[in-house]
Design a protein around this ligand. Structure first.
Ligand SMILES: Cc1ncc(COP(=O)(O)O)c(C=O)c1O
Length: 342
């Protein structure tokens, strides 16, 4: 075949932990039905969405604030609670947004060491000092995919200073099938310094619309809300999020397929000889001996049309994160990695 007629492989994007099946169909329907509303300014009170989320989580609307994704919630938490001479603590290999938002806000960010690719809450505690006002914990941890259990989180909250806000960022909660995953709402009843982040970007498939929420005690929610950018939730994200909450069937389907597929990826990658961590979310962490080996594998996957995530910005230069895709996409990842390893 001449280079001109050679068919390029279909691109598979597995670099941002999006829902491989796309957006919730009910959300899409709501967007189409409301498309003509975009000339109006958006609602700023978010009563309907807060009511629905309150009902779903058995809290009151006063326990909820809506924001333009968890990234906006990170920004609001730092602005609300961390002074310019104070600091934020987060693990060194975790979602890059925490460090990034601390930097944007010109606050210091201290990093704690992981142990065996898992967040060590002991190390997090040891990294905190009297000036630590917010701790960000991703659970499951992006990018390593490990999970903190309910008991571990509870003990951590007992040991942490009550003057420090602890954020449990549960972006992937709907994908978790492990019974040990924290019931953070229960923990919140005992610890008013806990803040729970959730997002519509992952299983609901609305990453491009930018909408998420925090659950916390009403006074914490009021302080966060004071740092909210007015009109930052647009009309279409708002109706999409409300509709997506009714799409239980879609959430269930995506979570079920993901749970099977992530274990296929995990087992197959191990069989091929890669060092992988058992995934609890919708992505898998693959660790290499050297940054060069990671770059080689990443480039060879790109040549085959598969985009994964090098983790240099996450604090790990010898690892890749691969989002769990649709079954046929995952098969292509496995086949490609088999060929590359030969
Ligand atoms: C742990 C974690 N938190 C937050 C986010 C970003 O969420 P959002 O799209 O709601 O800003 C991500 C995205 O990858 C994530 O992995």
């Amino acid at each position: 075949m001449s280079p001109k007629t050679e068919k390029l492989p279909e691109i598979i994007k597995l670099s941002q932990n999006e829902n491989a099946f796309g957006a919730s169909p009910m959300a899409l329907k709501a967007i189409k039905a409301n498309i003509d509303s975009v000339f109006r300014y958006p609602d700023v009170l978010h009563e309907e969405l807060k009511m629905k989320l309150a009902y779903k989580n058995s809290v009151s609307p006063g326990n909820i604030v809506i924001a333009a994704g968890s990234i906006a919630l990170m920004d609001m938490s730092i602005k609300a609670f961390v002074g310019f001479d104070e600091n934020v603590v987060t693990p060194e290999v975790t979602f890059e947004g925490y460090k990034y938002m601390a930097k944007v806000n010109k606050r210091a960010c201290k990093l704690s060491k992981l142990v065996n690719n898992a967040i060590s809450l002991e190390n997090v505690l040891a990294t905190c000092d009297a000036k630590t006002k917010v701790v960000f914990i991703a659970n499951p941890n992006n990018p390593t995919g490990t999970m903190i259990t309910h008991d571990e989180m509870y003990k951590f909250m007992q040991s942490a200073s009550s003057d420090t806000y602890i954020v449990s960022d549960e972006a992937y909660t709907e994908y978790v099938t492990d019974d040990g995953f924290p019931n953070s709402l229960e923990i919140l009843n005992s610890f008013p310094n806990l803040i729970i982040f959730r997002t519509f970007s992952k299983i609901y498939g609305l990453a491009g619309l930018r909408i998420g929420y925090a659950i916390a005690q009403p006074d914490v929610i009021s302080a966060l809300r004071e740092c909210w950018t007015p009109f930052s939730i647009n009309n279409l994200s708002y109706v999409a999020a409300i509709a997506a909450l009714d799409d239980a069937e879609y959430v269930e389907k995506c979570a079920t397929v993901n749970a099977v597929e992530r274990m296929i990826l995990y087992n197959e990658l191990m069989r091929i000889g890669f060092k992988v961590v058992e995934p609890k979310g919708n992505f898998i962490f693959v660790e290499f001996e050297t940054p060069q080996e990671k770059n080689r594998i990443c480039d060879m996957l790109i040549e085959r049309g598969i985009f994964t995530r090098p983790l240099d910005h996450f604090g790990q230069d010898s690892a890749l994160r691969i989002s769990v895709g649709r079954p046929e996409e995952n098969q292509r990842v496995i086949e490609s990695l088999k060929q590359i390893r030969l």
